[in-house]
Design a protein around this ligand. Sequence first.
Ligand code: URP
Ligand code: ZN
Length: 465
Amino acid sequence: MDLLIKNGKVVWPHATLEADIAIDAGKVVGIGHGEVFPKADHVVDAEGKFVVPGGIDPHVHMHQPFMGVTAVDDFDTGTMAAAIGGTTTVIDFAFQQKGRLPMDAINARRKEADNKVVIDYAIHSNLIEASDEAIAQIPKIIEYGIPSFKFFMVYRKEGLMIDDGNLIPLIEEIKRNNGLAGCHTENVAMIEYLVNMALRKGNRSPIYHALTRPPLNEAEALNRALYITKFLDAAFYDYHLSVKEGVELIRQARKEGRPVYCETTTHYLTLTEDMLKRPDGLNFICSPPLRTREHIEALWQGLADGTISAVASDQAAFTLEHKKMGKDSFEKVPNGLPGMEFRVPILFSEGVQKGRISINRMAAVSSTNVAKIFGLYPKKGAIEIGSDADLVIMDPKAEKKITIDNCPYKIDWSPFEGMKLKGSPMMTISKGKVVVENGKFVGKVGAGEFVKGKISEEILKRPAA
Ligand code: URP
Ligand code: ZN
């Protein structure tokens, strides 16, 4: 046997149990008492620590060209950072290019990531055009192992938006082929109207990014997406939910038994729009924008009561130099925040340690639910016999302050700089191999692989995660 993790508190979404985990050839082969297992080459003592399913980040944009610049995390350095933060699988996006087909983007993403990633990865297909040829590729994309899609209801000027008329045939085809459609839900007309008004009045400082994208604007688009998918009787995933009105809409749809899912992000759970008023406020521009405290509380409530299924990082690593593109006007700032290396630690410290969610709920929203929703379960997101041995050992006593120093990729700031963390990953194990020990990456470039998703009928029929 390759590895035995002894004495840890093993965490599943519905239970915590003191047990030993036996690992061989990259898989979990036993859960119970170590004495009954054959001798292992390597033994880790996890006394006093939690052993949780390796994190699965459902939303990262690694090395993504966006708004004229490219995020600075490569697939090797980026996935190293993710692993240091307790993540063992990331789901990235393949953006269709104008005039090209979505499969071209997927092939390009595979070329970029394969032989570089240090942990496993999956892909969402992000379509920006609804041509007949693009729609015709949907069955092939799902068959390939990419069953989830994202559409932007915004970014019209950037050429990324899919309008309602085009959403309908796209979602219909995804549904027909057992895929899962999802949207970035913001109302483009309201935003363009408010941005034009703000600019006309000379209101160009970063806070106007939030003021021109008010909560109702996100709620309206989410409501519309929910009605469109109700009309089509299709499942739906809302990417990066940030508002309390949206939590209520999702809660209602799930109460009706609809297969509706959503994620929020670490930054919407912790940071307020006041960050945009700071002298460095432009750095904090992301879409949807950061909100106020009442939205933060509603998001935690939604996470705790099962309304929100997952927590993402929405990693988009733009540097201080990139952000300066908007120093004279908020709408020129590349949207997005870095932070996938802090997703699990923040969820543990701000969520579990502060009593907002249980450690079991953390396992669900940081890993198991993501695997279920995107069809990676039980290979991923599970501590079960036969599952990939993707595990994180969390030390609940370790105290740290977030700093961007020593980040493996070339980012020069963190939105969470200075945040105090109680609890931290002390070891990350990917497919049975220790890849991070005491904050140091000890894995291998290229050891990660593309994992295919296939979404279960249960997920597509009712709210099953
Ligand atoms: O501001 C954000 N969220 N940037 C990344 C692109 C997206 O919308 O997910
Ligand atoms: Zn988005």
